[in-house]
Write a protein that binds this ligand. Structure first.
Ligand SMILES: C[S@@+](CC[C@H](N)C(=O)[O-])C[C@H]1O[C@@H](n2cnc3c(N)ncnc32)[C@H](O)[C@@H]1O
Length: 189
C-alpha cells in the first residue's frame, strides 16, 4: 500500500484524520470503510480489547486507539513504518488514557504473537487464504466477539476462507462489504 505523508502530524486525532484522508485519496473512496465498521462493532459488542495483525503505518491502529480501549496488541513482521510517526504519539496517548498498548514485531502466526484473549481481532496482513487459515487457528480461539478482515472483496478467496471457518466453528458472517477492497465481519454464534 502507498505510504501517507505524516511528518506534520502532532496528535492522535490529527494522525487518524490525515491517514484516513490520504489512504482514500491513494486507494479511492471507501478504502477506509473498514475503520467505520471496526468502530460500529466495537461499540455494539461493548468491546474492550483489540488485536491487529498487519499494522503498516498504523491507520487502523490509530482508529481503535481513539476509542480508548483497555488493551491493544499490534502485530507486524516489520514495525519500522509504525515507529516512524505513530509510535511516539500512541505511547503518549496511551499513557494519558490508561491504555495497555503492546507491540509485537513477528510473523502473525508465531507463538509469540498469541495473547490470552481479546474481544476483537482485525486481520490485514498477508492476504493469502492458506496463511489466513493459520492466523485463524493461532488467534480465533482467543477472540471473544468479532473477527474483521480487510480486502476480502479484492481477494475473494479470503472471504471464502472466513466463510468456511465460520461454518466449521461456532462463528457466523455478520457482514460482507463489497465496496472498494471490501471487508468481512464474523461474530461468535
Ligand atoms: C495492508 S498493510 C496493513 C495496513 C494497516 N492495517 C492500515 O490500516 O494502515 C499490511 C501489513 O501487514 C504486514 N504483514 C504482511 N505479512 C505479515 C505476516 N506474515 N505477519 C505479520 N505482518 C505481516 C506488512 O508488514 C504490512 O505492514
Amino acid at each position: 500500500m502507498k505510504k501517507s505523508v505524516l511528518n506534520h502530524v502532532k496528535t492522535l486525532k490529527q494522525f487518524h484524520t490525515e491517514i484516513y484522508k490520504q489512504q482514500e485519496e491513494n486507494h479511492r473512496e471507501h478504502y477506509c470503510a473498514v475503520h467505520d465498521a471496526i468502530v460500529k462493532y466495537w461499540n455494539l459488542g461493548k468491546c474492550q480489547s483489540y488485536m491487529e495483525l498487519g499494522v503498516h503505518q498504523g491507520g487502523t491502529a490509530s482508529n481503535i486507539l481513539l476509542q480508548k480501549p483497555k488493551k491493544v496488541v499490534l502485530v507486524d513482521k516489520n514495525l519500522d513504518l509504525y515507529r516512524e510517526y505513530l509510535e511516539p504519539i500512541a505511547i503518549h496517548y496511551c499513557d494519558q488514557n490508561d491504555i495497555d498498548l503492546k507491540t509485537k514485531e513477528c510473523e502473525s502466526i508465531d507463538l509469540y504473537a498469541m495473547e490470552v484473549e481479546c474481544d476483537m481481532l482485525f486481520i490485514d496482513s498477508y492476504h493469502k487464504p492458506d496463511y489466513m487459515i493459520q492466523e485463524l487457528s493461532t488467534h480465533a480461539h482467543n477472540t471473544k466477539k468479532y473477527i474483521i478482515a480487510h480486502d476480502t472483496y479484492s481477494v475473494k478467496s479470503l472471504h471464502e476462507c472466513l466463510e468456511n471457518f465460520a461454518m466449521k466453528n461456532k462463528w457466523e458472517v455478520l457482514e460482507y462489504n463489497k465496496k472498494n477492497v471490501g471487508y468481512t465481519v464474523l461474530g461468535r454464534k
